[in-house]
Design a protein around this ligand. Structure first.
Ligand SMILES: [Zn+2]
Length: 376
């Protein structure tokens, strides 16, 4: 799994389940690492058994400062979800009739956008949204300063004709986020709407008995009328992590990345697995390194289609990289100065790190700024 995409936008590939995909094998080579500098001596101490944390421990760094410094896309919605209204049909009807109501209109990967002057606006009135056709689903997203917000799902086939309609266009969420096509405040609710509408599109039938399910709770549940099962929207946990040792870290490449891009490793947490276990397993599987301590950094909703990226840093205990050729194209050690240059897009070889919309950028930045102290 990777983050970011070939367009440099930060993308997780859920079909691939995880990691980078590669036909090529690469090892760390002969760059033996030492602990000459004071900071490296400090990091060596971190590796000593006496200071090592229990393997099961995730150290939740996430101080208020570090969390507030993270400015990746898709998180930070201003909308109050107002979940207490979801089961209130009368309230939902009143919200739909409210002249302040706003709708995000989505069909598959396409977000419908209104041309407004030189800019684009993803928010439509209820009447405007209805004019696009009968929605497959409508989801109550919540209230923004008491104004109702809805996600309106169209069949993907209904999007194409809209592109030729006067005053309307469509784009995908990654492009919208990377290129800043709409006001930033719209990106998190667009991510929310895309994720839950996508869930509805994939869960029209009961996995217990196969009967058609029906949407309830303002779009936040589907019920089976036959076996009475209740189905809730899924969010799939993905660990995305940076193995570090001393003043070096490991980044990898997917074949689908732009030629210059290197990013964090990532993969789905599996059933019966903790976050820290998933981090250690994924690093071992993808690059062959043993890791000990795992430190939580921050998380990012990733609605492609329904993931939550759980950002971590982890303490690498071994050095030799052996990549999983089915997952990644390449992986190698980078020192802090090199990572700084990649983040600043000033690397002498043109190598780059992910863009700021992606949590991978912020994980790499935290290491570049703090070195191994980021694990403390
Ligand atoms: Zn059923």
């Amino acid at each position: 799994m990777q983050n970011p995409s070939p367009q440099g936008t930060g993308r997780i590939d859920l079909d691939g389940r995880r990691g980078f995909y590669s036909p090529r094998r690469e090892t760390a080579g002969s760059n033996a690492w030492t602990f000459a500098s004071p900071s490296r001596r400090r990091c060596r101490a971190v590796r000593a058994p006496a200071r090592r944390k229990a393997p099961s421990e995730v150290a939740f760094l996430a101080s208020a400062r570090s969390q507030s410094d993270v400015r990746h896309a898709y998180a930070g919605s201003r909308i109050e979800r107002a979940a207490h209204h979801r089961g209130d049909a009368t309230a939902l009807a009143a919200f739909a009739a409210d002249e302040r109501a706003g709708c995000y209109v989505i069909g598959g990967e396409s977000i419908v956008l209104k041309k407004r002057g030189d800019g684009l606006d993803p928010l439509f009135t209820t009447a405007e949204a209805r004019a696009f056709g009968t929605p497959a689903e409508t989801v109550f997203l919540g209230l923004l300063d008491d104004a109702p917000r809805f996600g309106v799902g169209l069949a993907p086939a209904a999007i194409e004709p809209l592109k030729s309609r006067e005053g309307v266009t469509a784009s995908d969420l990654r492009t919208i986020a990377v290129q800043g096509l709409v006001a930033a405040e719209h990106v998190p609710p667009l991510a929310e709407a895309k994720a839950i509408l996508g869930w509805h599109a994939r869960h029209r039938f009961c996995p217990n008995c196969g009967a058609a399910t029906r949407i309830v709770q303002g779009g936040w549940r589907r019920d089976c009328p036959v076996c009475k099962a209740e189905h809730f929207p899924r969010t799939d946990p993905v660990v995305i992590m940076l193995p570090i040792a001393g003043d070096r870290c490991v980044l990898g490449r997917s074949p689908r990345f732009p030629p210059t891009m290197w990013s964090c490793l990532a993969g789905f947490a599996e059933p019966g697995e903790s976050i820290e276990e998933a981090v250690r397993r994924e690093v071992k599987e993808e690059v062959g390194l043993d890791c000990a301590r795992v430190k939580y950094f921050a998380s990012q909703p990733w609605p492609f289609p329904s993931s939550l990226m759980i950002g971590c840093l982890t303490q690498a205990l071994t050095e030799t990289i052996v990549i999983d050729q089915s997952e990644i194209e390449a992986a190698r050690w980078f020192d802090r100065e090199e990572v700084k240059l990649m983040l600043a897009r000033k690397h002498p070889d043109g190598l780059t790190a992910p863009p700021p919309i992606a949590i991978a950028h912020h994980i790499a930045r935290a290491f570049a700024e703090k070195g191994c102290d980021v694990l403390d």
